[in-house]
Design a protein around this ligand. Sequence first.
Ligand SMILES: CC(C)(COP(=O)(O)OP(=O)(O)OC[C@H]1O[C@@H](n2cnc3c(N)ncnc32)[C@H](O)[C@@H]1OP(=O)(O)O)[C@@H](O)C(=O)NCCC(=O)NCCS
Length: 192
Amino acid sequence: MENTYGTLVNDCAKFFVDSFWSDKAESGALTTGQRSSLLRRQEAEFRNRYGLSRSGRLVVARSSGVGEVVGVAGVEIGDVVAGKSPMDDVPIMSNLAVGKQSRRRGVGGKLINGVENVVTSWGSDWLYLYVETTNAKAIKLYKKKGYRECGLDKDAKSLVPLENGGLTSKKVVCKVMRKRINGSFFQKLFNT
Ligand SMILES: CC(C)(COP(=O)(O)OP(=O)(O)OC[C@H]1O[C@@H](n2cnc3c(N)ncnc32)[C@H](O)[C@@H]1OP(=O)(O)O)[C@@H](O)C(=O)NCCC(=O)NCCS
């Protein structure tokens, strides 16, 4: 069990590098050096967040044929520091990515449903997420799924795979969005 789950977490980290980070590469593709550096960081981050002894959970979408990973999303308990009302110990969704060949087929939406099911089983009322203000397609997806902006994080940082083969950390602005997952029909309708 430990080994199987450990392998799954590493597979998902590898998938995330190829689908999320290659999208961010200035040249449109990662160099071998950028890829191995990001893979090391991503495997460590995924083990730290979603390893067996951790409270975070990974939701994985697989192709119907050979069962290869086509999408991942993670959720864990954390603190939301930005926004009108900072919150401690709330569920935060992160690391959502769909493989390039599988996009615009509803996989992203289904992964979000899967994360919401996890949060429902935890009995939490709200699910939060951070998204860079420049990531228009993800913002459109989150809005379509009922997430609404509740603040801005102006102090966030993200790595950028540079055209010259390096990696640099850049300041970015993120929207904080949230959705009411549990609650009465009317509370959910108005997201209050
Ligand atoms: C954002 C991402 C997860 C969307 O996954 P997906 O499986 O393609 O999304 P879905 O097929 O479920 O799309 C649902 C809706 O989201 C919006 N959407 C998704 N991709 C879009 C795009 N490229 N352009 C415009 N709208 C888009 C649309 O409203 C779409 O509905 P429609 O297809 O009926 O128009 C995917 O593009 C991705 O992995 N991007 C790179 C990683 C990333 O940015 N992750 C988000 C981190 S916060």
